[in-house]
Design a protein. Structure first.
Length: 470
């Protein structure tokens, strides 16, 4: 019915269009989906290691939206649309109507943390959301209590807490986590699960022999190898249970051969790392503009002032190094100094994070950018982003939960492991080894929407547009 109305409305215009356009319109009346997508039936259980500022802002936000108290601003899955077919067709459904996503009412939650605070207490301490809003949601938020965490102080030096699992070996701890996952599935009645890491940033490490295969990793777990970080134990337990794992921190976690092997074998998608929220979001918008106009860059100095627990954790050099690596990679990949040596061969890129408690979650991300133009004349750009870290991160968490669950239900995506089409959400997107990541926000968005079009058998949008002028 809706389609007939649309044709009636655009019929006059379609008659005047070139044959190729009308041919296309006929073809796409019967799109051939690529693979099958299982319906989003039943509840989706969201399991969150790390019930801090981001996690509580996400869960409280979902509940506020369910109750009609607020809107899901910033969420592509809730507010975004996807254009289908030619610009003349006027077909732009909402993403959540175009692909079968879990509804917000179907989400159920659990989490792990080293502190014993429930979601209401943790959200109140995080100080991101208005206390009056949290009080309205108190019974619901208080019901989400933390399971005991797998934690190692050596990996997050600035914090310690009492709610921690004990086990003789790291393999014992992994088994306990698998028990938690099964318990949650049973008690919540969820038909599907996803693990979403919102825990602290761990100290910087590089992959070793222990991470190269499932066999080596399991041996290392039994031998308590110190190169196995807690986040990897959560990932291992999840993937063994066939549960997808998305990583919001810059930790190595799933960016390892062992996890790719498990992910593919158990059809449990993986993606990460490090939510792209404030300063890096701006960087991946501005840098592509400079490159598009062939403007040179001599230096980019970025500094941050933040006072939440994340800021405190990042005050430790080990955790900061992990974050620094994640933030620094972006410019090299976008600007390609190898291809444009005169423009980007000598750029100086510096990133600082300063823990400054009075700011709380309200981070100030400040950038000084030295660029040069025609004949080498210098110019400067200053960006001062007074942002709210967890307000920017929460919609990303929601989108990832829903889209990773979609991947798990899609016959085309569930077995490929890394979900590169979700690069849009990350500072350090994962790719198969040897492939450089796409950082440009708009390329990432096109990749995401084209993946959705592809799944539904709709024509991919290339923006060529010559057929309008035949
Ligand atoms: N907010 C943003 O804009 C943003 C952007 C990118 C990445 N991140 C990352 O997201 C993560 C969460 O940020 P946040 O602001 O909520 O931090 P937070 O400090 O408020 O919360 C992290 C929580 O994780 C817990 N934790 C640490 N190790 C754990 C473990 N092994 N098991 C279970 N719980 C553990 C901590 O006790 C804490 O409650 C951080 O790694 C941060 O770097 C945040």
């Amino acid at each position: 019915m809706a389609r007939r109305n649309r044709s009636a409305k655009t019929g006059a215009r379609e008659k005047a269009l070139p044959a190729e356009v009308t041919e296309y319109a006929k073809r796409r009346d019967k799109p051939q989906p690529n693979g099958t997508i299982q319906p989003a039936k039943g509840k989706l259980g969201v399991m969150i290691p790390g019930m801090g500022a981001v996690a509580t802002t996400f869960v409280a936000g979902v509940e506020a939206i369910r109750r009609g108290l607020a809107k899901p601003i910033g969420s592509l899955t809730q507010m975004g649309t996807v254009r289908l077919g030619k610009r003349t067709e006027g077909r732009s459904p909402k993403i959540k109507e175009f692909v079968p996503l879990a509804g917000l009412d179907d989400l159920v939650f659990t989490g792990w943390d080293i502190f014993e605070d429930n979601m209401y207490e943790a959200a109140s301490k995080a100080g991101v959301l208005d206390q009056r809003l949290l009080d309205q949601l108190k019974p619901f938020l208080s019901s989400v209590t933390p399971r005991a965490a797998v934690f190692d102080h050596n990996y997050v030096k600035k914090i310690d807490g009492p709610n921690v699992k004990k086990g003789k070996t790291k393999m014992d701890l992994a088994e306990q986590l698998r028990g938690d996952i099964r318990d949650f599935k049973k008690t919540s009645g969820a038909s599907r699960l996803i693990t979403m890491w919102c825990g602290s940033t761990e100290s910087y490490i590089e992959a070793t022999e222990a991470h190269q295969s499932v066999k080596a990793f399991e041996k290392a777990l039994r031998e308590n190898d110190e190169m196995i970080a807690p986040s990897m134990i959560y990932a291992y337990a999840s993937l063994l249970e066939g549960v997808p794992f998305a990583n919001g921190a810059p930790n190595l976690t799933v960016d390892l051969p062992v996890m790719l092997e498990l992910s593919r074998k158990n059809q449990a998608p993986i993606c990460g790392k490090d939510f792209k929220t404030g300063q890096t979001l701006m960087k991946t918008v501005l840098a592509p503009a400079f490159k598009a106009r062939l403007l040179g860059l001599s230096g980019w100095y970025s500094t941050n002032i933040l006072g939440n627990r994340d800021g405190e954790v990042l005050d430790d050099p080990g955790s900061f190094k992990t974050k620094e690596e994640s933030k620094l990679g972006v410019l090299e990949h976008i600007l390609q100094p190898g291809l444009y040596p005169e423009l980007y061969g000598n750029m100086f890129h510096k990133v600082r994070i300063n823990y400054y408690p009075p700011r709380g979650d309200n981070k100030e991300g400040w950038d000084n950018i030295d660029i040069f133009g025609w004949l080498g004349y210098p110019m400067q750009i200053k960006v001062d982003f007074l942002c709210r870290d967890s307000i920017l991160a929460a919609p990303i968490v929601l989108d990832l939960v829903l889209l990773v669950d979609l991947a798990k239900r899609s016959s085309e995506l569930q077995g490929i492991g890394i979900q590169e089409w979700l690069s849009f959400y990350f500072k350090s997107p994962m790719t198969v080894p040897g492939l450089y990541p796409e950082h440009d926000l708009f390329i990432q968005l096109m990749k995401l929407k084209n993946t959705l079009r592809h799944l539904r058998g709709e024509e991919l949008i290339t923006h060529l547009g010559l057929e309008y002028y035949d």
